[in-house]
Design a protein around this ligand. Sequence first.
Ligand code: GLU
Length: 544
Amino acid sequence: MDYNALADLLFPDVTQSPDDMEKRFPARELPEGACVTRIGPSPTGFVHLGNLYNAIIGERLAHQSGGVFYLRIEDTDNKREVEGAVETLINAMNYFNVNFDEGATADGDKGAYGPYRQRQRKDIYHVFAKKLVQMGKAYPCFLTAEEIDAIREQQTANKENPGIYGKYAKCRDLTIDEVKADIAEGKEWVLRFRGEETGEYITVEDAIRGKVEMPRNNMDFVLLKSDGIPTYHFAHVVDDHLMHSTHVIRGEEWLSSLPMHVELFNTLGWKQPIYCHTATLMKIEGTGKRKLSKRKDPELALSYYQQEGISQDVVWEFLLTLLNSNYEEWRLADPEADYREFPYSIAKMSISGALVDLDKLRSISKETICRMSAEKIYENWLGWCEQYNTEFAELIKKYHERTIAALNVGRNAAKPRKDIETWKQACDFMSFYYDETFKVTEDMPAECSAEDVKTFFSKYLETYDHSDDSSAWFAKVKEITEALGYAVKPKDFKKNPEQYKGSIVHITNMIRIALTGHANAPDIWEVSHVLGEDIVRKRLEKWA
Ligand code: GLU
């Protein structure tokens, strides 16, 4: 077979050579040890937590080493493409503070190694496809879907491995005239790699999993589909070579196709990138673990975290704890440090499934937010409100000063309050600070009769002096409590419940409910000073 003639027959329009491609995409000028990483999502419109998980690894590796982190859109699978998906993806990454140095942008490209959408790189893949044909390592295959189904059935019956290989690779040895005739007849063809049956094994040093040993590829797998668009396998190898990725970070579902990729790198004489196959995201269910599912688990979608208003920092913090076993220890030692200061290391990654535990996320969230300054909370919360709750955005802008003061309640104590968990929940929690949203939803404590409520608030307002300091204020509360027949010390009430109507706990709950709508609220004196005398009086007079 004259492979050059076959190559010209199949790719008459390809005039450039692999050398031309190497010149077009020269080695990057980067400091020694700099990592070049990417994410290569498919534009399906669904951005999942796994995309962010892998993106964080890539981003950290690149930016910790002075390298480059880029975005490549893997749109070779036409069926899965959804309009606006690239923009959705970029917006989601942006929201989570994942910044690309180069790659696809919403409406174009940024960087010298583009285009960064695979469909736009068709000509580039064809240069290497032609080269593989010239080498005798790739050939056109005219098998129809029905023929392939029949082969699979036969293989199942014979208990053989499925696929096109060896004797099943029926188009391997077509003559050039047969190929010409099939093409002339308008038969569709795909380009297949010519696999070899050697019985050998390959070993790959995966940066996360260590040494991975697998049978060498023997399959005649597809390089180009019938429309000339490459498969993931071919596109991955060509792109990561030409874009000079040093690390390929991808989900462990790709591990099984690694032998094909190794075969292609070797055949083309290229250096393999360092593979990093990440663990699948799992969740606990009952007594076992299972893969997160798009259908069942809203938390798999990145949009969930956006809609719930889970702070970007929190999601990073949470994923870093999943990514590096020593992250929590580091955080404990330095609660104030920016998470970007953490020396992320790929060697410290776990290979067992990464567990997405929403309770853990919630507790990280409270911890993280209670460490933030009031100003930072305000800024992040407002950013969220502007997108998801515009009425609340207006409110906190209108009462900016009050809001900052409110956020400072209990914040600067040795043990700061952990009231805020998400931006969505912050809108509920903080609603009592504004008359526009204030509502009393809780009943007064059962221990306090309607009459006592009335008497208490009348006395309270009579003696209320907004300029009292916290202890002067509390002394007055105790006085009224005692006069009404409630125990000033809760333990006295516990010991002799029959002697009192209730205790000071019931009284202060009553004030909290009147003032904030809830018994579970921050310090009354502090809240009163955030609200101001007029609002305090107005809210309490209703009960007097
Ligand atoms: N397009 C592949 C995916 O969405 C990317 C895998 C890779 O990063 O190489 O899973």
